[in-house]
Ligand binder design. Sequence first.
Ligand SMILES: Nc1nc2c(ncn2[C@@H]2O[C@H](COP(=O)(O)OP(=O)(O)OP(=O)(O)O)[C@@H](O)[C@H]2O)c(=O)[nH]1
Ligand SMILES: [Zn+2]
Length: 213
Amino acid sequence: MNRSTAQAEAQPHPHHRDRPAWTGTGAVTSPDLGRATAGARILLEALGVDLDNESLARTPERMAASLAELMSPRPFQMTTFANDGGYDELILARSIPLRSLCEHHMLPFVGVAHIGYLPGARILGLSKLARVLEHFASRPQVQERLTTQVAGWLSAQLSPVGVGVVVEAEHLCMTLRGVQVPGTTTITSSLLGTLRDDPRSRSEFLALTRPVA
Ligand SMILES: Nc1nc2c(ncn2[C@@H]2O[C@H](COP(=O)(O)OP(=O)(O)OP(=O)(O)O)[C@@H](O)[C@H]2O)c(=O)[nH]1
Ligand SMILES: [Zn+2]
């Protein structure tokens, strides 16, 4: 068993260029909750919210803590195993719940991801497919980048034959406000290696990620 840590990636990095290549952009640094609370108070008061009652008095603090929580991925161990049996078919985790924060409005987007790969010499602990999704979702995001970051991470960590990631999500900035189109979901995908280049593998992956009727 080969264990390396993804923990370091979640630590603050003063310079973006110091991050591992697969990190991509957008991981947050250590939050200053005191300053965030003061900022939330200013924001709410400027928006005309009266904080002078028991229920709302601690709302700036809760707001700061909630946003920080949504941007704090849980550290996880990266665990791979030798592909001793020479398994060479798709490994796919379907309908993994997803929550992230739209970086344009700081409102949630929620949905599911289907994450799969065709293994090479190593296979990944299954839970890590969900953990890596949470890892990249827990930061200000756009759905396209989230999708490619998860695929890029799997590719870099496992050197698999192919990788496929499909994300389907509802953006509250689009359904609750702004254009207000409830029920609209956005689908993004990132296919690498054989899953991108070989039409049969590609169709099999995309068929398996379609909603079950
Ligand atoms: N490509 C992409 N766009 C996103 C995502 N999340 C939100 N957006 C879009 O970001 C855009 C920001 O557009 P702006 O015109 O600057 O903001 P806005 O005035 O609030 O726009 P409306 O949402 O149309 O009211 C909007 O079109 C959002 O739908 C995402 O994950 N990917
Ligand atoms: Zn948005």
